[in-house]
Design a protein. Sequence first.
Length: 305
Amino acid sequence: MLSIVLPAYNEAENIQPVYRDITESLTGHAGDREIIFVDDGSVDGTFSEVEKLSRQDPRVRGIRLSRNFGHQAALYAGLNEARGDQVIIMDADGQHPASMIPALLNKLSEGYDIVNTTRVETEGSGAVKKTSSRWFYRLFNALSDVKIEPSSADFRIMNRKALSAFLSIEEQDRFTRGIISWMGFRQAILEYRAPRRISGTSKYSFRKMRLFALDGITSFSSKPLRISAIIGIIVLVSGLLYMIYAVTMFFLGRTNPGWTSLLVTILILGGVQLLILGIIGEYLARIFHETKRRPHYFIQQRTGD
Ligand code: UDP
Ligand code: MG
């Protein structure tokens, strides 16, 4: 059986068209299938659209999370529900073309465990989003031991073996594409062209993108902590050199009021200390969050089962 998992946050207008695209692309597919929509706490009737579909087509199922837990948690919820031997994850806004599904299935059958995708182009995507995404992957790959293809998407197919491995990783701040890369197994990449979303606007607010980037980096790299220590050493050595200079000047009797140098030193030291404290704080917050071991999500309602 093939499972298709789609997280959806306020995508009411997109549920039907995306369902139709998937059905169309699978007309030649012999095996059984299920389509699982995960309503990530929508407020716009997304779930009633899913309910409508599940009444028409018994292969459609839906779960509604108890609030908005975010894209990555919704993916985890959907993958936990999937019963297929192969599982596809894709967006519910039409930006992950369903016409790619046969190609994903084919590639998987060549003996891969995971087939990932990268966007070669996104229609209607702003320059800010493109540039920030490019810089994020540069930074991520520079800092982390795990490598991620730039422009990679949460649009992929996995077999049961890879899915079980993925589900066994229980960390809270889930950065799916990093976890997948970290897991290993036999992986392949396919390219696709992302069209505009069918309706509505991006559900990744600036705040969500920032959290996503922070989760990614702090979950897969401790280099910022080490870089903090290196900055500390550089500042300390410079301070010592300056101290030698200052003491020498004192004994030579050439001390002057020194207001500027004092002010600059205090400002720079203060800034560096706060920055490093902030980095440590960020990791501490992750540890705090992780140790609470709360469930990743709650299910409020189900349909079509
Ligand atoms: N999404 C979600 N929860 C969220 C934000 C987004 O389930 O809190 C879903 C959204 O409905 C879509 C997918 O995640 O199916 C990708 O989001 P979006 O299309 O807004 O991101 P973009 O394509 O702009 O990067
Ligand atoms: Mg989208």
